[in-house]
Write a protein that binds this ligand. Structure first.
Ligand code: SF4
Length: 244
């Protein structure tokens, strides 16, 4: 009788829910303007893919809006900045009153300001991986949905070094999508190891990346003389000024 219970537990996510709006993630609240730089420094491949699709098409289907929108909420994007972000991206195809009528309610809903005012939490990897994705939709886990050549191109665009990209592609081909993601994380963060045993949540990937980038920034400041000033931490870029 226990076998089905154990089997269902294996596919269930039991970790942190990353539900706190604006401020729970390392580095504190973020703005819409921070998102492009943060994407290339610290977003997992799934969120990078949805952001690229959104930027190219000025549209994202319902599942993608939920997955990316709730991820950004968990990463510290407040409601008013989320509104700015979606309005800017959708603007060329659906701006002004049309945007308000079609999308503003669902964005406020995700933040618990409409409907039953629940604190909706970002999707875990298991939920993203097991949610069916329509053809041509950029939602979902790229380690599962992309063909090998497209996955290799996405990893290269995400600046994952070739050896780590090959390891990630091999794990993805074997059906180990979260291990593939962990291999890519470790390749993209040289000198660091994941604090957790693998990647189980896109916001875990993001939080651990922000901590690793902050540690790199501190190391760069220390290498520059121990009295430097570090700027630009949000975008992952580091500027070190020597103390006079
Ligand atoms: Fe995103 Fe998780 Fe897939 Fe990584 S394993 S790309 S975090 S869904």
């Amino acid at each position: 009788r226990l076998a089905p219970v154990v089997a269902s537990l294996a596919g269930r996510y039991l970790g942190a829910d990353y539900g706190a709006e604006a401020g729970g993630a390392p580095g504190g609240p973020i703005t819409a303007a921070d998102i492009p730089a943060l994407s290339s420094s610290s977003f997992p491949l799934c969120m990078q893919a949805m952001l690229s699709g959104l930027t190219a098409d000025h549209h994202l289907k319902h599942k993608g809006r939920l997955q990316l929108g709730l991820f950004l909420k968990g990463a510290g994007l407040p409601l008013e900045e989320a509104m700015r972000f979606w309005r800017t991206h959708f603007g060329p195809k659906c701006g002004g009153d049309d945007f308000d009528k079609r999308y503003a309610y669902s964005i406020r809903f995700n933040y618990g300001r409409e409907g039953r005012r629940a604190d909706y939490t970002p999707y875990s990897c298991v939920k993203i991986i097991t949610t069916p994705v329509d053809a041509g939709d950029c939602a979902g886990c790229p380690y599962k949905t992309l063909a090998p050549a497209a996955l290799a191109a996405a990893l290269s665009k995400a600046h994952v070094p070739p050896a780590a990209a090959a390891a990630a592609a091999a794990k993805a081909a074997a059906g180990h999508f979260q291990l593939a993601c962990a291999a890519a994380w470790e390749g993209a963060h040289p000198g660091h190891e994941l604090e957790s045993a693998g990647v189980s949540h896109p916001n875990q990937y993001y939080d651990e990346s922000r901590r690793a980038r902050a540690a790199d920034a501190e190391g760069a400041a220390a290498a520059a003389g121990g009295m430097g000033v570090v700027e630009g931490g949000k975008g992952g870029g580091v500027k070190v000024e020597a103390a006079k």
